[in-house]
Design a protein around this ligand. Structure first.
Ligand code: NAP
Length: 334
């Protein structure tokens, strides 16, 4: 299906998924608008270079008037609400800000669509998360969390996302808006922020491989996550908005791996069999509450949307390592 002559507004355009979805939409022929915050956002130049086709609109998810302006300017057929305070550790240190942006920001954007008379025209994607499940009440051992599983968020981020999830569903039920919530398990890739553990590892392993760094400091190594590739997951977001009915879908791989597994795979990719000498555990990176295990069941998305993932765990890690080695090599003196 082509998006020719369609318009999309993407919040979180400077983030990982914002970059991937903007590329996908552009390839489909959409006119792509991106919401960017701050008077002089340090990531603006990178977005302009990486995604020159995106029309940037200034605005913040905490500012309802700015969102009305953004929606009026872009007149979107589809809104992808990817903007959030998205780092679990950061959310423990900034819980009120996380509630305002990640939680109430969803309401502000839904209202901007509704109050500008676009409740019928504009489809809305909400970036919900597996962190809403929290790893406790693990009621589907072996098969993973699905759309009917219990929520028990274990961080200010997870709690704020749960508000966003329910207010999005509420606007679907109350106003008949086409609102789809993607409950996405962790997804990573070359665009992942350096503050996230996977990219922190691949960046460090690349630097260790090139002799630029000796050690990497990490928090707990036992938590298990269901890690997929961001490029596969943004395709699923788009598919949710092309489906005839608005609904909620889990996107996951159905496999779970510990941070130790990620280290093993990442160091093996540069020929190092034993990563222990290179890793230091630092309590500063441990969280007040940790999610033990996340495992998702993507059966509904696979069967209803025909969604599938192309990149497996080993392929994901290799991709990130190759990218980070190439990036570091560019910075080396000739
Ligand atoms: P990300 O790389 O951390 O990007 C977050 C984006 O939100 C950035 O562009 C950031 O802009 C923007 N933002 C932060 N505060 C804002 C505010 N007050 N107003 C407007 N924009 C603001 O996140 P991601 O990995 O692309 O994830 C996209 C979405 O999916 C997020 O909502 C995330 O919580 C959710 N999610 C992600 C995963 C995952 O594994 N990646 C899994 C499930 C759900 P600045 O550059 O200005 O800070």
């Amino acid at each position: 299906m082509s998006g020719a002559s369609k318009s999309a507004l993407v919040t979180g355009i400077t983030g990982q998924d914002g970059g991937h979805i903007a590329e996908l939409l552009h390839e489909q022929g959409y006119e792509v608008f991106g919401l960017i915050r701050g008077q002089s956002n340090p990531r603006k130049a990178a977005v302009e270079a990486d995604l020159p086709f995106v029309k940037l609109i200034e605005g913040d998810l905490t500012d309802p008037a700015a969102l009305v302006h953004a929606v009026d300017t872009s007149d979107p057929d589809e809104v992808y609400n990817l903007g959030a305070i998205s780092h679990v550790g950061y959310s423990f240190k900034n819980p009120s800000l996380t509630a305002e942006v990640t939680g109430k920001g969803v309401l502000n954007l839904l209202e901007a669509v509704r109050l500008t008379g676009r409740a019928e025209k504009t489809k809305f994607y909400q970036a919900s998360t597996s962190e809403m499940f929290g790893g406790l009440d693990y009621n589907r051992p072996g098969s993973g969390y699905n759309e009917d599983s219990l929520f028990h968020p274990r961080s200010p981020y997870g709690v704020a996302k749960l508000y966003g999830h329910w207010i999005a569903k509420n606007y679907r039920e109350s106003y008949g808006m086409f609102v789809a919530c993607g409950i996405l398990f962790n997804h990573e890739g070359e665009r992942r922020g350096i503050e996230f553990v996977t990219r922190k590892i691949t960046d460090a392993v690349a630097r260790i491989h090139l002799g630029l760094q000796d050690k990497i400091e990490l928090g707990d190594l036992w938590p298990k996550r269901d890690w997929g590739y961001a490029g596969d997951y943004v395709r699923g977001m788009w598919q949710m908005l092309q489906h005839p009915e608005p609904d909620d879908f889990v996107l996951a791989t159905g496999e779970t791996h510990s941070i130790e597994d990620f280290l093993t795979e990442a160091f093996a990719a540069v020929g190092i069999d034993d990563w222990h000498p290179y890793v230091v555990q630092n309590p500063a990176f441990m969280r007040p509450a940790e999610v033990d295990i996340l495992l998702g069941d993507p059966a509904k998305a696979e069967q209803t949307l025909g969604w599938h993932r192309d990149v497996d765990f080993a392929g994901l890690v290799k991709r990130m390592i190759d990218h980070d080695i190439a990036l570091q090599r560019k910075n080396l003196p000739a």
